[in-house]
Design a protein around this ligand. Structure first.
Ligand SMILES: C[S@@+](CC[C@H](N)C(=O)[O-])C[C@H]1O[C@@H](n2cnc3c(N)ncnc32)[C@H](O)[C@@H]1O
Length: 274
C-alpha cells in the first residue's frame, strides 16, 4: 500500500523493466545531428569529405553506426573501456547494420589513453566524456595522443558545457516520450573543479531509476581546454555556439564564434585542427 492509500499494481515497475542505455540514447544523444555537424564542418574546413572516424568514449557506439550508414566509403572505430556498454551496442545498435556496414566498423575495448589506431580524419570525444580526465597532465596526454592519431589534415571534435548554472548543485527535468529525464549536479567543489553528476529516469507509474548513470568529472572551462589544445600543438582551435529560435530557445545550429554569451547554461562544440 502506498502513502496515498492506493495499492501498487502487481508486477515490476516501469523503472525495473526499462533499459538504461536506451533511455540514455533517447535523452542525451542525437547521432544524426552530431554526424551532420562533423561531416559539414570537416568538409568546409578541409575541402574534402572525411572518411575515417574514431569515436572515443563511444559507449553504445550509436555515433559510429550512424557514420558507417552515412556513406559507403566511411569507416569507424569506437573505443570504450567498459565491456558491458560495448556488448549492449553490439546487441542493439550493430545488429541494425548491413553486413557491408558492419565490415567498416570496429569496436575496441581499450583505454583512450593507451589505444593505438591508424591515422584518422576525425576523432570525436562527445558528451563531455573527456571530463573524466580530471588532472591537467592526464587531459593533456589524451589530447596529445589524439592529435598524433590524426591524419595530416585531421580534426578533433569535442563538446563542452558551462554557464553560471553549471557551478550550482541543481536538478533539471525534461519530459520525454514516456519518461522524465533528470539531470542532477550533485556536488561541485570549487578548489579542484570536481563535479559529481547523476542521471535519473522517472516514470508515469511513480517509479524512478535512481542514478542510472553517474559521472565523476572535472568541470573544465573553455580557456583551459583551448590552452591545452594549443599546448599539444593543434594549429587552430574554434568554438561553435548555438543561435536562438523565435521562441528564444537554442536553435541547434552551431556557428563558429570569437565571443560566447554569459548564459546560465550553454553547450558548444570545439574543433581542433592538426
Ligand atoms: C558519458 S559516456 C559517453 C557516451 C557517448 N560518447 C556519448 O556521446 O553519449 C562515457 C563513456 O566513456 C567510457 N570510458 C570511461 N573512461 C574511459 C577510458 N579511459 N577509455 C575509454 N572509455 C572510457 C565509459 O565506459 C562510458 O561508456
Amino acid at each position: 500500500m502506498g502513502k496515498t492509500g492506493k495499492r501498487r499494481p502487481k508486477g515490476p515497475t516501469l523503472a525495473e523493466t526499462a533499459d538504461r542505455h536506451r533511455l540514455y540514447e533517447l535523452s542525451v544523444q542525437c547521432a544524426e545531428a552530431e554526424i551532420d555537424f562533423v561531416d559539414d564542418t570537416f568538409r568546409r574546413l578541409r575541402g574534402r569529405k572525411p572518411r575515417l572516424l574514431r569515436e572515443d568514449f563511444c559507449g553504445t557506439a550509436g555515433v559510429c553506426c550512424e557514420w558507417v550508414k552515412r556513406r559507403r566509403t566511411n569507416e569507424a572505430v569506437g573505443v570504450d573501456i567498459d565491456p558491458e556498454v560495448l556488448d549492449w551496442g553490439h546487441t542493439h545498435n550493430l545488429s541494425d547494420l548491413t553486413p557491408a556496414q558492419l565490415e567498416r566498423l570496429t569496436l575496441l575495448r581499450e583505454d583512450v589513453l593507451r589505444v593505438r589506431t591508424g591515422p584518422m580524419d576525425a576523432i570525436l570525444a562527445m558528451n563531455f566524456s573527456y571530463w573524466l580526465l580530471k588532472e591537467r597532465d592526464q587531459l593533456k596526454r589524451y589530447l596529445r595522443r589524439a592529435r598524433e592519431a590524426l591524419a595530416e589534415d585531421g580534426m578533433l571534435f569535442l563538446d563542452a558545457y558551462g554557464g553560471y548554472d553549471s557551478f550550482r548543485e541543481i536538478e533539471e527535468e525534461r519530459e520525454l516520450d514516456g519518461f522524465t529525464y533528470v539531470w542532477e549536479q550533485a556536488k561541485y567543489e570549487p578548489i579542484s573543479g570536481n563535479l559529481i553528476c547523476h542521471i535519473h529516469f522517472d516514470f508515469p507509474d511513480g517509479s524512478r531509476m535512481e542514478r542510472a548513470f553517474s559521472y565523476d568529472w572535472r568541470l573544465w572551462t573553455l580557456p583551459e581546454i583551448r590552452d591545452l589544445l594549443a599546448e599539444v600543438g593543434f594549429s587552430r582551435v574554434r568554438v561553435y555556439w548555438q543561435g536562438w529560435d523565435e521562441d528564444g530557445e537554442p536553435d541547434g545550429n552551431f556557428r563558429p564564434v570569437q565571443e560566447g554569451e554569459a548564459d546560465a547554461g550553454w553547450i558548444c562544440y570545439i574543433t581542433a585542427e592538426r
